[in-house]
Design a protein around this ligand. Structure first.
Ligand SMILES: Nc1ncnc2c1ncn2[C@@H]1O[C@H](COP(=O)(O)OP(=O)(O)OP(=O)(O)O)[C@@H](O)[C@H]1O
Length: 257
């Protein structure tokens, strides 16, 4: 139905190593949303993300994408619709950039000409020069590597992007630049994005909505401005107090000049 959420998690629960990691997590995400998933280390963010592309099977609960349970049909068909980019990106070292970007199109049986055209289009999209196609991953900077990883995740024209600390290894300037470049891509390509990040400031500045996961439970789910005004849960308050305190200290320094 037209009003159904594009992505819907219903009571998703998962134990790992005999410990409960996700407690009946429910989440409804409309198409086009940019959601940041934040929370302390070990709170279950990666586990939750992986239940969406079937890298992890929940013990109970369900995930629906565009109205259909994700378990209907083979995993590869689902993953074609979902781009996945993660920290370190994991490019294949023996392949050049074009081959890395073209991995999924190749698996899908695209012709060489179609793959080459898509690689050229994607390099342009992530603002890398066309001659990067022939470069090996070990000749790229961290920021360039992450751009290639994003291009690879977009190769088969997914509608949903799952990003797990995609900019985690980058210096602050490159991180900010790439974050904003990705946000522009999200808007231009009409993507739905879920981005795991440890950086609350990054979440506040990039996302439309922030979901706070603590000990496998959603403890807050709000637009950035609403989250800043959030009161009631000490753990959530502590999490948002830090960027606000830092912003005040910086503002004081700027005022003192
Ligand atoms: N295969 C596994 N077996 C047992 N425990 C696991 C397994 N994978 C993850 N865990 C545990 O599950 C918990 C949640 O892990 P997860 O990677 O989802 O957390 P996270 O919020 O993404 O953490 P981080 O921010 O540090 O990446 C952690 O305590 C982790 O040690």
């Amino acid at each position: 139905m037209a009003n159904d959420p594009f992505l819907e998690l219903h009571h998703v629960a998962k134990d790992l190593g005999a410990r409960p990691i996700l407690h009946a997590v429910s989440l409804a995400i409309p198409a086009g949303s940019f959601v940041a998933l934040v929370g302390p280390s070990g709170s279950g963010k990666t586990t939750l993300l992986k239940t969406i592309n079937r890298l992890i099977e929940p013990d109970s609960g369900s995930v629906r994408l565009d109205g259909t349970d994700i378990n209907v049909g083979p995993k590869h068909r689902l993953r074609r619709r979902i781009g996945y980019a993660f920290q370190g990106i994991g490019l294949f070292p023996h392949m050049n950039v074009a081959e890395n970007i073209g991995v999924v199109p190749r698996l899908l049986g695209w012709t060489e000409a179609a793959r080459a055209a898509r690689v050229a289009e994607l390099l342009d999209l992530v603002a890398l020069p066309a001659d990067f196609a022939a470069r090996r991953p070990n000749t790229l900077s961290g920021g360039q590597t992450q751009r290639v990883g994003i291009a690879r995740a977009l190769a088969a024209r997914p509608s949903l992007m799952l990003m797990d600390e995609p900019f985690g290894t980058l210096d602050p300037v490159t991180r900010d630049e790439l974050g904003r470049a990705y946000r522009a891509l999200h808007d231009r390509l009409d993507l739905t994005t879920i981005m795991v990040t440890h950086d609350i400031t990054e979440a506040l500045l990039l996302a439309d909505r922030i979901v706070v996961l603590i000990e496998g439970t959603i403890r807050a789910d709000a637009a950035p401005a609403e989250l800043l005004a959030y009161r009631g849960d000490p753990a959530v308050e502590a999490m948002i107090a830090l960027p606000q305190a830092q912003a005040r200290r910086l503002a004081a320094l700027v005022d003192a000049r």
